[in-house]
Design a protein around this ligand. Structure first.
Ligand code: TYM
Length: 333
């Protein structure tokens, strides 16, 4: 049976990229009736040092973001990774399956580490192997993610295939990344060649899920674009990354395609399109932000939900980990 798994790192606040590229699509998958598990991957967050107080806050914010956007903790399993110790245990086994050469090809590590690879934590380097454990611990078959996680999900397949091959079993499924819709790579509002991220230097680069209406309007107004109006065809946006990005955001927020947005707004100038985009974003995000704030005022309630989700996750994880140990030859008595 298909099973969806995905996760979000609690490092900094949630962005419009996280919402459109991940959370909004998670809600669609849950509502389509597929068994779904959504995780706040706190053990991934600490691959880079996090202030402990801020880590707890960010963990609850991601949980609140999921729930406020429509993840129903009764239907989907919603939990934080560190409460299910099997992630770390399977992660270790996969550290022994994955090859150094594979890790060396991970572009995200190279980007994050820059010239300072020697100063990074061992955890940051091994991160994709823990991510494979997150997914395969539940024999998840589908992993909805943004474009930037594609390589990690492909590595997950390689790890599953090598494990199966090395031990002569057909145990771990070959997982597919699911990367669809108009907003799998939302770009930075100040530089259309860079991804919108939680950690960019300037807050003007990104829309946060908790931004108020005035801030959202101001950020779209100041978003960098070229001076030409929106073209009449999508092809004409090819070499206009900033313009293309705003069209894609509009399409995702209105549940349509970039083609449709161009058909409706082709010829419009930015003075027209940007305010329309800001209004649409506020209309979609404001109710979510309000609900997030309400939930964040009840941290004990969020923790209870995460604890209950972790219990359900452990029930699925425990037999799969036990069987893995058995296959590998580790005694459990
Ligand atoms: P993270 O926390 O960086 O991002 C969470 C999700 O949001 C997507 N995303 C974006 N999508 C479109 N445009 C953007 N600008 C943008 N920024 C972020 C990401 O692609 C991701 O889907 N390693 C993962 C977390 C993880 C995970 C997993 C995911 C850990 N274990 C298992 C799936 C399955 C990460 O750092 O995502």
């Amino acid at each position: 049976a298909p099973r969806v798994f995905s996760g979000i790192k609690p490092s900094g606040g949630l962005t419009l990229g996280n919402y459109l590229g991940a959370i909004k699509r998670f809600v669609e998958s849950q509502n389509a009736g597929t068994e779904s598990m959504f995780c706040v991957v706190d053990m991934h967050a600490i691959t880079v040092w996090q202030d402990p107080v801020e880590l707890r806050r960010a963990t609850r914010e991601v949980a609140a973001g999921y729930i406020a956007s429509g993840i129903d903790p009764e239907r989907a399993i919603l939990f934080n990774q560190s409460q299910v110790s099997q992630h770390a245990e399977l992660g270790w086994i996969f550290n022994c399956v994955a090859r150094l050469g594979w890790m060396n090809r991970m572009t995200q590590f190279k980007e994050k580490a820059g010239k300072n690879a020697e100063k990074q934590s061992l955890g940051l380097y091994a991160y994709p192997s823990l991510m494979a454990a997150d997914i395969l611990l539940y024999h998840a078959t589908h992993v909805p993610v943004g474009e930037d996680q594609k390589q990690h999900v492909e590595l997950t397949r390689d790890i599953a295939a090598k494990f199966n091959h090395d031990y002569g079993v057909d145990f771990f499924p070959l997982t597919s990344p699911v990367i669809d819709g108009p907003a799998t790579r939302v770009m930075n509002l100040r530089d259309g060649t860079k991804k919108m991220s939680k950690s960019g230097e300037s807050d003007m680069e990104r829309i946060n899920m908790t931004d108020d209406a005035d801030t959202i309007a101001k950020k779209f107004k100041k978003a960098r674009t070229d001076p030409a109006p929106l073209p009449e065809t999508l092809e004409a946006l090819k070499d206009r990354p900033e313009a293309r990005n705003l069209v894609d955001i509009y399409a995702a927020l209105s549940d349509t395609t970039a083609e449709t947005v161009i058909a409706e707004h082709g010829g419009a100038g930015w003075g027209q399109f940007k305010p329309a985009l800001a209004d649409l974003a506020v209309e979609r995000l404001a109710p979510i932000a309000t609900e997030m704030r309400r939930l964040m005022d009840e941290p004990a309630e969020i923790d209870r939900i995460l604890g209950r989700g972790a219990e359900r996750a452990r029930e699925i994880a425990a037999p799969i980990l036990s069987r893995t140990y058995e296959i590998v030859g580790l005694i459990r008595s």
